[in-house]
Design a protein around this ligand. Structure first.
Ligand code: 4NP
Length: 146
């Protein structure tokens, strides 16, 4: 497997965190993998990640400040070796778009739980929880797949 893409709804909260964690881990493990993220919606295309995602990543030495949101394309669906959905809605949307190789991030250590959408959270605390969950699942994903 050479390329993976993390997919959430807006590509501004959860999947950029996953992309950042995965890129950091790939670097630490000297793995040559293409790692990206996108959203199923077009709502935030071109925007930077949300402030709390940038902040929580920064506090864990993960720099996502320069990421720009994109919407998943048909080409992405064909080209990436594995699409990793952050929640069940994202998973179902990817299946509806015809994606074949799709998993849920929560399969890797959280009994397939959804990574909760922090966009509507009040305050910062939820982002720490979401970061912890994503970081652990990404770590387990690398152990299993690479
Ligand atoms: P994400 O969070 O899918 O983790 O990037 C969201 C971002 C924006 C919206 C919903 C979820 N929104 O409704 O605009």
């Amino acid at each position: 497997m050479k390329s993976i893409m993390f997919v959430c709804l807006g590509n501004i909260c959860r999947s950029p965190i996953a992309e950042g964690c995965a890129k950091k881990l790939a670097k630490e493990k000297s793995l040559d993998i293409v790692i990206a993220s996108s959203g199923t919606s077009s709502w935030h295309v071109g925007e930077a990640p949300c402030a709390n995602s940038i902040k929580v990543c920064k506090s864990h030495n993960v720099d996502i400040a320069n990421y720009q949101a994109s919407q998943i394309s048909e080409q992405d669906i064909l080209e990436y070796d594995l699409l990793i959905a952050l929640d069940e809605n994202n998973f179902n949307d990817l299946k509806d778009l015809g994606a074949k190789k799709v998993v849920k991030l929560g399969m890797y250590g959280y009994n397939s739980a959804d990574v909760p959408d922090p966009y509507f959270f009040n305050g910062f605390e939820g982002f720490e929880k979401v970061f912890g969950m994503i970081e652990e699942c990404v770590w387990n994903l690398f152990e299993k797949e690479f």
